[in-house]
Design a protein around this ligand. Structure first.
Ligand code: PLP
Length: 361
């Protein structure tokens, strides 16, 4: 055991006695390899959050009656740490993940957490496993905080006890050999979320409910689904686990945060950048019909998805009710490429961080 004083928070560290070999950086598959350590912290109503510590990565003990296993009271986050060419370690907007954690927790009747505590916990565990951060261009360390309800109880009510974990996974570039346009299936049968539901929260249940459509799209040869609104199945909402942007006749359009959309941190960064570049960016609802009409008129210039995993993901093809359209000749759009280069440049310290988005460890 050794103590580490980290700002106002100090987390004891128990180091593993069995360090694992680091993976080959050339063929890292997302979410398959985990580092040597993890962060664990407990919560109960009397003590608040307590006993934060860093321990060897490994199985966790839970009562089979733990509420998370039955009613899914849980949440998760996702962000990345990057190693710069000169060896510094940068996090990208971690305060936004802490802020979103509290929005999710509020919706899920889970306790609030001091954003500083969460950020310091992330920093502390990344520091312990810093040698796991890949330094190959395009690679990074994916950080997955999550909170689960641990009351051993089968009644339906909010749990009174919780655990927060932070696990780390070295990940490769989402695209082998650079950006590539994807094929997207417009889902008009299953829905992801409705206003008043949990779509704006980052909770596992949303993803469990999305699997059916994802499997259906994959069977048809599509990378992901474009979700339509859950009420009328008309308005475009999100693409898989990303936010969706449409460039029509010079104007970039994305869905407003209606309550059924996850407030993506990449989405927010893209909106900032487009405004900064003087481009027309509008948060408004548009229908899939309008997207197809714009295409028919030759005005649909680009479609792209935004998220932590791939950053920017250009869309090359849409299939809505078997009407297949090709966007920008299935090539990467100028705006998609510029956003990708700029955001990844800031994340990895190659470009000036003019908005103060990165946090150095
Ligand atoms: C449903 C959904 N929408 C959007 C996003 C993009 O959010 P962010 O840019 O914060 O990764 C994600 C990924 O976290 C997601 O799961």
């Amino acid at each position: 055991m050794e103590g580490e004083l980290i700002m106002e928070y100090s987390f004891p560290v128990t180091r593993t006695e069995h360090p694992k070999p680091k993976p080959n950086q050339e063929n890292l598959v997302f979410g398959t390899v985990f580092t040597d350590h993890m962060f664990e912290m407990s919560y109960d109503a009397d003590k608040g959050w307590y006993d934060g510590k860093i321990i060897p990565y490994g199985p966790i003990m839970l009562q089979p009656s733990s509420m998370v296993l039955h009613y899914g009271q849980e949440m998760f986050e996702g962000l990345k740490a990057y190693k710069t060419d000169d060896g510094r370690i940068l996090l990208f907007r971690p305060e936004k993940n802490a802020e979103r954690t509290n929005l999710t927790n509020e919706r899920m009747c889970m306790p609030q957490i001091d954003p500083n505590l969460m950020i310091e916990a992330i920093k502390a565990v990344v520091r312990v496993d810093k040698d796991w951060i890949p330094d190959r261009k395009g690679n990074s360390l994916y950080i997955r905080p999550f909170i689960i309800a641990t009351d051993p109880y089968l009644g339906v009510r909010p749990s009174k006890t919780f655990k927060l974990y932070i696990i780390l996974s070295p990940v490769g570039n989402y695209y082998k050999g650079g950006l590539q346009p994807t094929k997207i299936f417009v889902e008009d049968e299953y829905v992801r979320a409705v206003a008043g539901g949990t779509g704006a929260a980052k909770v596992g249940g949303n993803y469990a409910a999305s699997l059916k459509a994802q499997v259906k799209a994959a069977e048809k040869g599509y990378t992901q689904v474009l979700w339509l609104d859950g009420v009328e199945r008309k308005y475009v909402e999100e693409i898989g686990t990303s936010n969706a942007f449409f460039k029509i006749n010079g104007e970039v359009i994305t869905s407003p945060l209606t309550g059924s959309i996850l407030p993506g941190i990449t989405r927010d960064s893209v909106i900032h950048l487009l405004k900064h570049w003087g481009m027309k960016i509008t948060e408004k609802r548009i229908t899939i019909q309008e997207v197809y009409e714009a295409h028919a008129e030759g005005k649909l210039e680009e479609v792209f998805a935004t998220g932590t995993a791939a950053v920017i993901s250009p869309v090359g093809e849409l299939n809505w009710k078997n009407q297949i359209i090709s966007i920008n000749n299935n090539e990467i759009g100028v705006v998609s490429q510029r956003l990708y280069d700029t955001i990844t440049g800031i994340q990895t310290g190659r470009l000036d961080d003019i908005f103060g988005w990165t946090v150095e460890l």
